[in-house]
Write a protein that binds this ligand. Structure first.
Ligand SMILES: [Zn+2]
Length: 326
């Protein structure tokens, strides 16, 4: 029973992935907003369709089922190594989720909470300027932006983030604030406001729950990582569309990497202790992502807003396709 559910989840996730790749290439090859929306769909639809199957009272005729996983599993687990291989596969994928995604995210959260916060007029003024621009451009709900506050986290690490749910605080670290010019601060503020306008931490928590629920599925892993990466690009594009200063945001992104490299110092992962080696590898991955974001900002700048008219029928179509797998 459990094996069938897990395998159905993996197959549905893989079908969703292939479908999404094709869809993205046809509709809008370079739209991070579309890619982010598709990533969410790929994480959301498999559990929804499986829940609908569980509640569905109708005994559908076999001709309505394209992939009959239960029958296939029944046969396969009679072959001696198969149960072990399946167990290894699911446990291994879950471990990847715990070690590479959940634990680092909790660690970052804890570090941010431990540091003390203060306020700084430069950062507060950036919030005032950016929310005003967003209201004039009608790119943000006034009631939503009125609740947003600005805070400085007293640490030399370089980061900015939107913290909290109902009354979000847009945070920036002292290490980054002191190194950015005013137009760069505005661009960082606009990027973080983009996160809040696009659903903020409520949406992010939901996506984390969907990811955690499908921890044994490598398809969910790919969907989630794609989402996390392209969501940053979608917020970059939102900020660029609002302020029309993609170059300032690109400079701020480069400064984040510079400060990270300064604090980490020179070194190679081969020669370092495990913890530091992990930090060096993480820094290199982050640098590679930043290169992509900077190039995108400088080459293309803004993105066309995504229409619900594209997403609703595509969700229905993909949902119907997944329905045939059980
Ligand atoms: Zn971001």
């Amino acid at each position: 029973m459990w094996t069938t559910l897990l395998v159905v989840n993996v197959i549905q996730g893989l079908v969703a992935l292939v479908w999404m790749q094709g869809f993205r290439r046809i509709v809008a090859p370079r739209s991070p907003e579309l890619s982010a929306a598709l990533g969410v769909l790929g994480l959301m639809l498999p559990p929804i369709v499986m829940g609908a199957h569980a509640l569905d009272p109708i005994a559908w005729p076999d001709t309505w089922i394209a992939v009959r996983t239960a029958l296939w599993i029944q046969r396969a687990i009679e072959i001696p190594p198969v149960p072990w291989l399946l167990a290894l596969f699911f446990v291994g994928t879950t471990l990847v989720f715990l070690v590479q995604e959940l634990l680092p995210a909790l660690g970052r959260r804890r570090a941010r909470r431990r540091a003390s916060t203060s306020s700084d007029p430069r950062w507060t003024n950036a919030l005032v300027r950016v929310t005003r621009a967003a209201q004039i451009a009608q790119m943000a709900d006034t009631a939503k932006t009125a609740r947003v506050t600005a805070a400085v986290v007293e640490t030399q690490n370089a980061f900015a983030a939107a913290a909290g749910f109902g009354q979000p605080a847009i945070q920036i670290s002292r290490g980054l604030l002191d190194r950015l010019a005013d137009d760069e601060l505005d661009a960082v503020m606009a990027h973080e406001l983009g996160h809040i306008v696009r659903g903020g931490n409520g949406r992010r928590l939901l996506i984390w729950l969907l990811r955690g629920l499908q921890a044994p599925s490598p398809a969910a892993l790919i969907c989630f990582r794609t989402f996390v990466e392209v969501e940053e690009e979608a917020c970059d594009a939102w900020a660029a569309r609002l302020l029309k200063t993609p170059g300032a945001l690109a400079r701020a992104l480069i400064e984040v990497e510079r400060q990270r490299a300064r604090l980490l110092g020179p070194g190679s992962p081969e020669a370092a202790a495990p913890r530091r080696a992990f930090e060096i590898v993480e820094a290199r991955a982050s640098f590679a992502r930043t290169q992509i974001r900077v190039r995108r900002l400088l080459d293309e700048g803004f993105d066309v807003p995504l229409s619900k008219l594209v997403m609703l029928p595509s969700a229905a179509l993909l949902g119907g396709l997944l329905w045939l797998i059980r």
